[in-house]
Design a protein around this ligand. Structure first.
Ligand code: SF4
Ligand code: SF4
Length: 347
């Protein structure tokens, strides 16, 4: 393992940004989000979760992928490529797990070309969480706050320095390119990082235990709950704002739209939300999910029943964003508890 002293981080940002677009958690007006780094940016590696997850980097909120124009009565179509190599530095382990879940959807056959190119061109560096907050519950989905197996490089914040471990070929390559800024980590420093990792996992698992819930059997329970009255109690509170889906690192639905002006235009895709009335509205005017009841049910059934049936994993990584941000406190943790994901003996 290597280490980098924090005094050298500005040099690291400069060096990385000279070889690729460097996305870092940048604080602006008290809000931290991933953005392409520019000199003078206020980098915040301590913020637990950015408001918008870094899925924005691998699956942009809006992405133009084709342009067209009419010239001499002929239609010309050109693919629009805006990709290039990038480094995503500072994704938390839950958000890296979120990207792994997106991979399962977008990289299955037939592969999504836009997404797979972005994934190929990027190197993901994850920073372990030293102090998850009360809304975090990644351990409930068998993830570890101190380890991201899907990251190319794993980094632990040890105070004055970051411990650095390459975990893939891409990670090794990037490590080699900034070797001048890294030092070999001593054995006791590596041991301290692993102890920290175990401590943090145990702490978060104990907090989840205290919440008295266990999502592991929820998939089976939900299979028989499509027509349950339980959805009545949830949907009445929902405002249909869609915030929960936009800030969720695992939500991946998108819409495709064309725009045009005079003789030219383009086609783009943008995030969509199953919480919106027109999400399933058909050209005929039919809508199989006509009320918020069907839409709320779909959101939770998809994450906790359909996705796990298709891919073997829950489509939630316990990042806690929907717990923190839903304006009416209708979050997945509560739904899991209500549908029966409560440990026996708990309230
Ligand atoms: S954030 Fe809350 S209120 Fe808004 S759509 Fe999601 S569940 Fe409904
Ligand atoms: S459902 Fe909520 S807690 Fe789970 S990954 Fe999405 S935003 Fe995070």
């Amino acid at each position: 393992m290597k280490k980098i002293v924090k005094d050298k981080l500005p040099s690291l940002w400069e060096q990385l940004s000279s070889q690729a677009t460097l996305f870092l958690p940048v604080e602006q007006d008290g809000v931290v989000n991933f953005a392409p780094w520019e000199e003078g940016d206020s980098v915040n590696l301590e913020a637990l979760n950015t408001v918008v997850p870094p899925k924005n980097v691998v699956f942009p909120q809006t992405e133009t992928y084709m342009r067209f124009k009419v010239e001499n009565d002929k239609l010309h179509i050109e693919p629009f490529e805006q990709n290039g190599p990038y480094v995503l530095f500072g994704a938390r382990p839950c958000d890296v797990a979120g990207i792994t879940l997106l991979d399962k959807v977008f990289l299955q056959e037939p592969e999504d070309g836009l997404y797979s190119r972005r994934r190929r061109e990027g190197t993901v560096i994850s920073v372990a969480c030293n102090e998850p907050d009360a809304a975090c519950f990644c351990t409930s989905f068998e993830l570890e706050p101190g380890m991201a197996p899907g990251a190319d490089i794993m980094v632990w914040d040890m105070g004055d320095y970051l411990l650095w471990k390459a975990q893939s070929e891409k990670g090794e390559k990037l490590t080699g390119s900034v070797e001048n800024l890294l030092q070999e980590a001593a054995e006791e420093e590596q041991k301290a990082a692993m102890e920290l990792k175990e401590r943090v996992t145990a702490k978060e698992a104990a907090a989840a235990q205290e919440m008295g819930w266990d999502p592991s059997g929820v998939k089976e329970t939900l299979k028989d709950m499509f027509d349950s009255d339980i959805w009545e109690q949830f949907f009445r509170r929902c405002l249909g704002c869609g915030i929960c889906t936009y800030i969720c690192p695992t939500c991946h639905c998108f819409d495709i739209q064309d725009y045009s002006k005079d003789q030219e235009g383009g086609r783009f895709r943008c995030w969509d939300s199953c919480m919106f009335a027109d999400f399933t509205l058909m050209g005929s005017g039919e809508n199989p999910r006509p009320t918020r009841k069907e839409r709320v049910r779909q959101r939770f059934m998809h994450k906790l029943c359909y996705y796990p049936s298709n891919f073997g994993l829950y489509a939630c990584v316990g990042c806690g964003r929907c717990v923190r941000k839903c304006p009416v406190n209708l979050d997945i943790a509560q739904v899991i508890k209500e549908v029966g994901g409560v440990k026996s003996g708990s309230e």
